[in-house]
Design a binder for this molecule. Structure first.
Ligand code: DGL
Length: 249
């Protein structure tokens, strides 16, 4: 069984990508109780992730774990990985593809991913034409939106996105002209259309799910005929659970 951990619906995008390569049994821990991870102090997120990992390893027969969350992947370091007696794969923004593009480039992620990932730091240091952007609590807003997609919630999300993207005078012009965006949060694929609508033009997206799905494929010893997905939420929320399950239909 493969365990996938995220603070919300983002992990579903990782599982959906894995399913393009292989069938397997997944246990998907949706830590909605602690969502969003992206703006919390990193020591708190570290503790939360470790306790989620220990819970899963105690309860289920896990072959390996995928951190289906860029934020968790940025925060969990070698020290923690060494202590956990199970292989752990991380999800990272597709910056190698982003840097190859012509035109304005943006890494759209969470605050913790932008500030704390050594991998992100490497790219920002070596490629000074990448701008970064985060919108506080956006993963939480996305989960609320997915739980109830309607006109009112769409308008709410659109307002949050437009404000986050174009509010600051200093970055407004750059962002308006951006054509390449690396989505550095697994939640963001769910609102790709809504993000594009804010720009009013074609955007080239670069996704974080593909690489981790490909790597996980190499770890599978024996492929299965079919797949199963067990979804566990850390806080009861029937409409979020249903909206996540529906993503797999
Ligand atoms: N899906 C998570 C990620 O990829 C969301 C993090 C959060 O909860 O802020 O970063």
């Amino acid at each position: 069984m493969i365990a996938v951990i995220d603070s919300g619906s983002g992990g579903a995008n990782v599982i959906l990508e894995c399913l393009k390569y292989y069938n397997y049994d997944f246990i998907y821990l949706v830590d909605n109780k602690n969502c969003p991870y992206g703006d919390k102090p990193i020591e708190d997120v570290k503790k939360i992730i470790i306790s989620n990992i220990n819970f899963l390893l105690k309860k289920f027969d896990i072959d390996f774990i995928i951190l289906g969350c860029n934020t968790a992947s940025s925060i969990i370091g070698y020290e923690e990985l060494e202590r956990i007696k199970c292989p752990i794969l991380k999800t990272k923004p597709d910056l190698p593809s982003l840097v190859k593009q012509n035109g304005k480039k943006l890494l759209f992620a969470t605050k913790n991913t932008i500030d704390n990932s050594n991998y992100v730091k490497y790219f920002l240091l070596n490629y000074n034409d990448i701008k970064t952007l985060y919108i506080k609590s956006l993963p939480k807003y996305i989960d609320n939106y997915l739980s109830n997609v309607n006109k009112e919630n769409y308008e709410k999300l659109e307002k949050i996105l437009k404000k986050g993207l174009f509010f600051h005078k200093k970055t407004k012009k750059y962002l308006k002209n951006t054509t390449n965006i690396a989505l550095g949060c697994t939640h963001f694929k769910h609102i790709e259309k809504e993000i594009t609508n804010c720009f009013d033009k074609k955007i080239n997206y670069f996704y974080c799910e593909k690489n981790v799905a490909k790597i996980s494929n190499f770890l599978i010893k024996k492929k299965k005929q079919d797949f199963s997905i067990k979804v566990i939420l850390t806080k009861k929320d029937d409409s979020l659970k249903k909206s996540i399950m529906d993503l797999f239909l």
